[in-house]
Design a protein around this ligand. Structure first.
Ligand SMILES: [Zn+2]
Ligand SMILES: [Zn+2]
Length: 369
């Protein structure tokens, strides 16, 4: 099937106009299963009616009955080809548009009226017409996704505390994670935007899910203030927390001499979040992390190393590996470490804060310059 360029200025990045034929649009939009059924179903029906008519004629039945059955067949074919817009639930008579639901990953068919809707769910990216939820900062949620988000600050704090406690249990054999010196504050989009405009941040992305800004205070102790966007689904929220705790761990545990590549640090934090999601049986979140290309392969190499050698090897490499990143040609170099680097504890402030941003439907981490 052709993938024509999205031509309308109203179309979102996850939307494209379907091929002109309704049949093609349907098979693309509703998935191969239905499209295949349509194709064979329609022709089986036509063939069946044609065979039936031949037998009826042989039996000497009237041509009127034959005509009626043919008309019925045509109507059935037309009905099979009719499509409904998943947004407004009305049959589509004009152009069809294909839009990818970012939550399910499925491509859906919508009508030309709904493709113009400005109200888009900030989680799945689908247009929302009925039963939409509007948050105080202007974000919209579809009826389905509004049921799965954490809106209460207390509940979000409990989820973050649970995430941290699970991390401690999960990694208790290898290391521990900061606790008393970490604060998590839920913010809305407006507040997050304001935070991004503080010195050191540059507002580049319209959608930011959270960030950590670790610093050393008087007495040499680390403080890790974390801000997370409210209104996230529970397990995405916990994955964001886990990733942030990963950065807090990096700040406190890597010696000053350790020069770690930015992508490797992101990959490590993604690995921490991934393993937490694995422990909690959250396949969708695991897939989202796996499909995220932001760490440029570092997450995959770290996951491979974790599977092959165990998390202890990953932790040791993070602390005192001789390479600043992993290379796919020599993944075994994760075992090359220089333990002399561990002699001096790390006590300097990170130069650049880290933020979590959705990027075309996939959540990625960025270091804001
Ligand atoms: Zn519609
Ligand atoms: Zn949605």
């Amino acid at each position: 099937m052709k993938h024509p360029k999205a031509s309308s200025k109203h179309q979102a990045p996850n939307t494209r106009k379907a091929p002109s034929s309704k049949f093609q649009a349907g098979s693309a939009g509703r998935g191969l299963e239905l499209g295949t059924w349509d194709f064979f179903g329609v022709w089986n029906l036509v063939f069946g009616v044609w065979s039936l008519n031949r037998r009826l004629r042989r039996c000497g039945l009237s041509s009127g009955l034959v005509s009626v059955s043919l008309v019925l067949a045509v109507l059935c074919v037309a009905d099979l080809q009719a499509r409904q817009c998943v947004v407004c639930d009305i049959g589509i008579s004009g152009d069809c548009y294909l839009i990818t639901d970012r939550v399910t990953g499925l491509e859906q068919v919508i009508c030309e009226g709904c493709v113009l809707l400005k109200t888009r769910c900030y989680l799945c990216g689908m247009p929302v017409k009925n039963d939409l939820m509007t948050l105080g900062d202007g974000r919209f949620l579809c009826a389905r996704d509004s049921k799965n988000v954490v809106l209460s600050d207390d509940e979000a704090q409990r989820d973050c505390a649970d995430a941290r406690d699970e991390l401690v249990r999960l990694f208790s054999r290898f290391t521990t994670f900061p606790k008393t010196n970490v604060t998590v504050v839920m913010v809305d989009r407006t507040q997050m935007d304001q935070l991004m405009q503080t010195p050191g941040f540059d507002r580049q992305c319209p959608s930011v899910n959270g960030y950590i800004r670790s610093r050393v205070v008087a007495g040499g102790e680390w403080k890790h203030p974390i801000n997370i966007l409210n209104g996230l689904p529970k397990y995405r929220l916990m994955a964001v927390c886990a990733h942030e705790f990963g950065h807090a761990w990096v700040r406190e545990n890597l010696p000053p001499s350790r020069d770690i590549d930015r992508d490797s640090e992101e990959g490590f934090c993604e690995l921490v979040a991934y393993k937490l999601m694995e422990r909690l049986n959250q396949q969708a979140q695991m897939d989202a992390i796996r499909n995220n290309l932001y760490t440029r392969g570092q997450f995959d190499l770290l996951l491979e190393a974790d599977t092959t050698y165990g998390f202890y090897t990953v932790v040791q490499w993070m602390k005192c590996g001789t390479d600043n990143c992993l290379r796919s040609e020599e993944p075994d170099r994760i075992r090359k470490i220089d333990e002399r680097r561990l002699l001096k504890p790390r006590r300097e402030s990170p130069a650049v804060p880290l933020v979590f941003v959705p990027n075309r439907g996939k959540c990625v981490w960025e270091r804001r310059m």
